[in-house]
Design a protein around this ligand. Structure first.
Ligand code: 8DG
Length: 156
């Protein structure tokens, strides 16, 4: 099935708190025309020679103007080598997703986006996510819900 390797992409599930998240940042794309107006996780393609971690930090600085701390992976269904745990975006891309929080700056739609929205968990589907993001957002929702259901002093 993985006869041709996919181009790696990083996506950030930017939340307000890594341990007890209550909201997620959605970004509206401006290009290409086929994807314009769709909402996505900020991020982009991993450059040659770059680690995934470097790509997350670079993309979030370029696109939103923020420095971030990375949190847990949100694992997807792809298997094998560089795509292990990534999410398929059509036939050509594989997106690795991690939670992240802003440590410096305020997110702005600097590049590739024309709007940003912080979505409370109860309103995660108020925007029109890109088709391939839907299962990713469902996984993020499960992750957030599992965390917010715990008290900070709980055993789990
Ligand atoms: N960043 C991002 N891309 C997504 C998501 N969902 C989705 O289908 N895509 C697609 C859109 C693009 O075809 C591809 C990622 O490319 P990109 O355009 O974001 O990459 P980039 O920032 O490096 O942009 P560029 O310099 O190559 O133009 O994955 C998502 O949630 N986040």
């Amino acid at each position: 099935m993985t006869d041709v390797s996919r181009r790696l992409v990083v996506g950030a599930a930017l939340v307000d708190d890594l341990e007890r998240p209550t909201r997620l940042l959605a970004a509206r794309r401006t290009e290409p025309p086929a994807l314009a107006g769709g909402w996505e996780l900020p991020g982009g393609k991993v450059e040659p020679g770059e680690s995934l971690e470097q790509a997350w930090h670079r993309e979030l600085a370029e696109e939103l103007g923020v420095q971030v701390e990375l949190g847990d992976r949100v694992p997807g269904p792809l298997r094998g080598d560089a795509e292990e745990g990534a999410w398929p975006l059509g036939p050509s891309y594989a997106m690795h997703v991690r939670l992240a929080v802003v440590v410096t700056g305020e997110p702005q739609p600097l590049d590739e986006h024309d709007a940003l929205r912080w979505l409370p968990v109860a309103q995660l589907y108020d925007v029109g996510w890109l088709r391939d993001d839907r299962p990713v957002i469902e996984a993020v929702e499960r992750w957030i819900t599992s965390r917010s259901g715990h008290t900070s002093s709980g055993p789990n």
